[in-house]
Design a protein. Structure first.
Length: 108
């Protein structure tokens, strides 16, 4: 005799769903979220590297006495410190998204 598959009945629409399908959908969604978090970690890491390199270049130019005029408009100057703050923020995003990704997979 076959054992009956556990079913969930959606109260709003009256549809029945197999629990096996629900868990597979949940696992698939967690996997896709894990992949996205890993991509965010990688992209933010490399953007942080670019910001760090721009900080070093602009700081070296400032030490020599050359101040590159990145924004000719008044009131919104972009200096090496802007890239420094952006790099720190991107590195923190990279660390946080990688940690969240590991929490979801249970590797921590």
């Amino acid at each position: 005799m076959e054992s009956a598959q556990p079913r969930i009945v959606d109260a709003d629409w009256g549809r029945a769903q197999d629990l096996s399908k629900v868990t597979s959908i949940r696992e698939y969604t967690l996997f896709r979220g894990h992949a996205m978090e890993k991509q965010i970690a990688v992209v933010s890491y490399w953007l942080g590297i670019v910001c760090a390199l721009l900080t070093i270049v602009f700081r070296a130019l400032a030490a020599i006495g050359i101040w590159p005029n990145l924004v000719p408009a008044e009131g919104a100057p972009i200096s090496y410190y802007t890239f420094l703050r952006g790099g720190v923020l991107l590195f923190l995003v990279s660390i946080a998204s990688r940690q969240v990704s590991e929490w979801h997979t249970g590797k921590s």
